[in-house]
Design a protein around this ligand. Structure first.
Ligand code: AVJ
Length: 321
């Protein structure tokens, strides 16, 4: 059963965020806005590109180690997933869990389309009941935590290196916030993409087919569509850069010339000089030891870690203490 829709992204909030972001000295747009229906579909394509190994690595680790992961959990438990995506890789974990117990699986998503997709993907599984929450991550998690029975543990899934979209301090705060909704003995399975050679990372975020470029530029198309703006997409270029200090891959949209864009729905115009960029996303990359450190600093203990060697990516099991 889906909980009644809480108006997910009111257009006024989008307008305010666009205005705030585009009036900063380094113009920026929040990466969560990349995922409208078109953006989510484009990300599904990105995840099968040969240059972008992240999603396949994430799924491979879960497929190969699902039973081993489930072995380490205290049962009975309820599963909450932050950002269900398509639900495809979660199947491997749920499959392993279903052999041990009937499982309530609670995907938490702000996108109703993604929730529907996930229910369609996983709805056929025996011994799994799906209860979707159309909420922001922490609100949804608090609700799942409040509803569990007193004998049930909670397993939170935060896969796909979504944590990488936060900068390091914000990522740490997010882990502490998750920990704050949990009880000792609950756990968090955290997916993190690991550092790898820079050329490989840049190819993954600037693929030769141009799918990632389309994914990035779609944010401008969305502003045109939702806020009546007049961004001319051909005058912007997709750029991926490695930020050495932050250890992140950044996506930007670079203005190819001097231009002014009007955004009526947000009540302002914005000028670009040639070569100026809008920063749209950062994907932070980690070392495997760093994840142990992050766990320790946020009230967890990293109990085990599984790593894909083909595309270095870690799945870490963090237990709340
Ligand atoms: C879905 C957030 C993990 O940061 O790698 C893919 C999004 N951006 N290509 C990532 C993304 C550009 C992706 N995450």
């Amino acid at each position: 059963m889906l909980t009644p829709a809480i108006t997910a992204q009111p257009v006024l909030e989008f307008a305010a965020d666009v205005r705030d972001g585009l009036t900063k000295p380094q113009k920026e747009l929040l990466s969560k806005y990349l995922y409208d229906d078109v953006g989510s579909a484009l990300f599904e394509v990105i995840s099968v590109l040969p240059e972008y190994g992240l999603t396949r690595a994430d799924e491979r680790v879960l497929q190969r180690n699902g039973y081993d992961i489930v072995e380490r959990l205290s049962l009975p438990l309820v599963v909450a997933e932050l950002g269900s995506g398509s639900g495809k890789k979660t199947r491997w974990l749920l499959k392993a869990l279903a052999r041990r117990q009937h499982t309530a699986y609670c995907p938490i998503e702000i996108s109703p389309t993604a929730l529907a997709m996930c229910k369609r993907e996983l709805g056929d599984m025996d011994s799994i009941s799906i209860v979707g929450f159309e909420r922001e991550y922490l609100d949804g998690l608090a609700e799942v935590a409040a509803r569990r029975k007193s004998n049930q543990h909670l397993l939170v899934l935060f896969l796909g290196s979504t944590i990488g979209n936060f900068d390091r301090p914000a990522g740490m705060q997010f882990l502490r916030d998750i920990r704050g909704t949990l009880l000792p003995g609950d756990s968090l399975l955290l997916g993190t993409d690991l550092l790898k050679p820079i050329p490989q990372l840049l190819e993954a975020y600037a693929d030769p087919l141009g799918v990632t470029a389309a994914f990035n530029k779609n944010l401008l198309a969305r502003i045109n569509h939702d806020l009546g703006a007049d961004f001319e997409l051909p005058y912007f270029e997709h750029v991926a850069r490695f930020n050495n200090q932050a250890r992140s891959v950044e996506m930007h949209l670079m203005s190819k010339r001097e231009q002014t864009v009007t955004i009526p729905g947000a009540g302002f115009s914005v000028r670009f000089v040639e070569g100026e960029t809008i920063w749209t996303e950062s994907s932070h990359k980690y070392s495997k030891d760093e994840v142990f450190q992050m766990a320790g600093d946020s009230g967890f203990r990293c109990e085990a870690q599984w790593i894909d060697t083909e595309w270095p990516f870690a799945e870490s099991l963090l237990v709340a203490h």
